[in-house]
Design a protein around this ligand. Structure first.
Ligand code: SPV
Ligand code: MN
Length: 603
């Protein structure tokens, strides 16, 4: 029997017709094989229709993976208490021929496929399988990558409808020419709270060769939403092969003088200010997490891979994040995850308003003072609790840029980490190579609650992408360094650090000061202000920041603050160069230019 005939047996007529309408035997084969293997008791195929999307939303409620909140279109979803962040230990790249990659876990491809297949055999018995089609990047553009998602989690499918552009019609249009990604996910057995139960058998296996990702016994978005960080490992591989960039970056418009629009990308590790930067109210967001950057006619053009935000909710308050606050309080479609809910209202840590003393949260029934197994007090919401919402609902979204088939010209690229004592708040690289090496490749950041494990440890995190580095980092950096050669005009490179502290451990700046530094970067892209040349790049002059601070924040900025923030911390910087050089020496296969640039900086 060919695949279509097998599918005809497996699906009811209506669902089968939807699949048959896509002329792609490879897709049919993949679906037939996995539906037979997973043994769902029911299969639903999502087209791009409103009706199918409603079906998925409704099923998330019906199966109890989401609950309605008081505000219309708001729901809450809980993951297992121990399943609320990316699981690096159980995320593995499948590699052939004994190949290994620095930093990421790998497993022999055959062995990994065997293991994951065994874990997934019949895993959907008694469950409904959703077959969903989406695309990465704007539709029908050079950025577009089609993807098919199989999941038994209506929550995962629902999240994807919020976060990605629909792809069923795109699959039909592309037919046999679609080079598509595949994602197979099962939440596995669920407990009474409808959260994944068998966390000991949680696995996220990334098959680079087959451009397929398998994920089982987990629900947390970073482990399950195929098109997000799972696809990211696949797009990095494609980008390095094909000579473009697939990055862990926001994309935003910074508004310069006289209506000038300048687009920036920014790479920051999770929980280091990426989303909040992209959402500065008087600037315009295009994307907050993933960007593709492609050379077109000598210009670096960027696009958002997604169309929604899976953002961290902790600390979102009306003063610091007015836009997000406003969106979270409007009746648009939102999934809150791992927050506290009392009387149908969601609450989260540091929201700046009063939080009830009990309710349901990421730990089940919660009351103030409740402790976990390690005797730690459980906060109202998980530190990595999130909201999922489409960008179209943001009052400051740049919709034209979001859907532009050729993307937007990238004027500047920013790298930033969580660093208490080394980098100044903002600086500009001397040139592309200097920036890529000393800002991107040398990025370090303290670990956060976005991944399982200890927080606050300084960790090497080049381009904020280390968790996803599915190719050898030497090849990745070579691609970056060569990228400049494809451009007539390279974007300017900047580095930021929002997290400087003094000896007493107090922050050296306010959260919103980043808005001033952004304006300075915008001016620098166009050569509108001078800067001070230092051994580590150009830093702002006090006068410019003081003026911008008054203009942007209506705030005085003292010379004393400036000096504290912009002191060039020589011993710390030298120690950093040494750390970075050592890491790259040990890895091997690193472009020699990297060591040359580091050596120059040390001089
Ligand atoms: C991140 O952790 O970088 C995120 C959320 O953007 S996740 O989907 O978990 O990757
Ligand atoms: Mn991210």
């Amino acid at each position: 029997m060919n695949a279509l005939e097998r599918l005809e047996k497996l699906l009811d007529k209506e669902q089968f017709e939807k699949i048959k309408a896509i002329d792609n035997p490879e897709l049919h084969e993949f679906l037939a094989e996995w539906i037979e293997w997973l043994e769902p008791s029911k299969v639903f195929v999502c087209t791009d229709s409103e009706e199918d999307e409603w079906y998925v939303r409704w099923k998330a409620l019906y199966y109890g993976e989401e609950k309605m909140l008081e505000t219309p279109n708001h729901t809450v979803h809980y993951d297992n208490y121990y399943d609320q962040a990316r699981d690096k230990a159980n995320t593995k790249l499948l590699v052939s021929g004994g190949k290994s990659l620095p930093f990421l876990n790998t497993i022999d491809r055959e062995e990994g496929l065997k293991e994951i297949r065994e874990l997934m055999k019949g895993v959907m018995r008694g469950k409904e399988l959703f077959v969903c089609f989406f695309v990465l990047g704007p539709k029908n553009s050079v950025f577009t990558i089609p993807a098919v998602q199989l999941t038994d989690s209506a929550y995962v499918a629902h999240s994807e409808f919020i976060l990605y552009r629909k792809g069923y019609e795109e699959f039909k249009r592309l037919g046999r020419s679609a080079r598509f990604f595949r994602f197979v996910h099962s939440a596995g057995e669920l407990d009474e709270r409808k959260t994944s139960k068998n966390l000991g058998k949680r696995r996220i296996y990334i098959d680079l060769e087959g451009e397929t990702v398998y994920s089982v016994n987990t629900q947390y978005g970073g482990n399950t939403i195929g098109l997000k960080k799972l696809a990211f490992r696949l797009t990095i591989q494609r980008a390095v092969r094909e000579g473009w960039l697939s990055e862990h970056m926001f994309l935003m418009r910074v508004n310069g003088p006289n209506g000038r629009k300048t687009y920036f990308t920014g790479a920051y590790p999770s929980m280091c200010g990426k989303t909040s930067t992209a959402m500065i109210p008087w600037e315009n967001i295009v994307g907050d997490d993933l960007a593709f950057i492609v050379p077109m006619n000598g210009i670096a053009r960027g696009a958002n891979v997604e169309k929604g935000v899976f953002g961290i909710i902790q600390g979102v308050n009306p003063e610091d994040d007015p836009i997000i606050w406003q969106v979270l309080h409007s009746p648009v479609e939102i999934i809150f995850s791992n927050v506290l809910v009392k009387d149908g209202k969601p609450y989260w840590n540091d929201m700046g308003t009063e939080i009830p003393d009990d309710g349901e949260n990421h730990s089940g029934q919660w009351w103030r003072g409740k402790k976990d197994e390690e005797s730690n007090e459980i906060p109202p919401s998980h530190k990595n609790a999130r909201f999922t919402v489409s960008l179209e609902h943001f009052p400051n979204v740049d919709m034209d840029a979001l859907e532009a088939p050729c993307g937007v010209e990238v004027g500047g690229m920013i790298f930033g980490g969580r660093d208490k004592d080394t980098w100044p708040p903002v600086r500009e690289a001397f040139d592309w190579k200097h920036g890529i090496v000393t800002m991107g490749a040398a990025l370090e950041s303290e670990t956060t609650a976005a991944t399982l494990g200890k927080e606050g440890v300084r960790a090497f995190n080049p381009m904020a992408i280390l968790d996803f580095m599915s190719v050898h980092i030497g090849d990745y950096l070579r691609n970056y360094l060569e990228f400049e050669g494809k451009l007539r005009k390279a974007p300017k490179i900047f580095a930021v650090n929002y997290f400087l502290r003094n000896k007493e451990g107090n922050w050296l700046n306010h959260k919103i000061d980043k808005a001033v530094w952004l304006k300075w970067m915008e001016l620098r892209v166009h050569g509108d202000v001078d800067a001070i040349e230092t051994p580590i790049g150009y830093i702002p002059k006090y006068e410019d920041l003081a003026r911008l601070s008054r203009e942007v924040l209506n705030k005085d900025y003292t010379r004393d603050d400036y000096e504290k923030q912009f002191t060039i911390r020589v011993p710390e910087l030298l120690a950093k160069i040494e750390r970075i050089e050592k890491i790259y020496r040990e890895i091997g296969n690193i472009p020699e230019e990297l060591f040359e640039v580091l050596a120059q900086e040390r001089e």
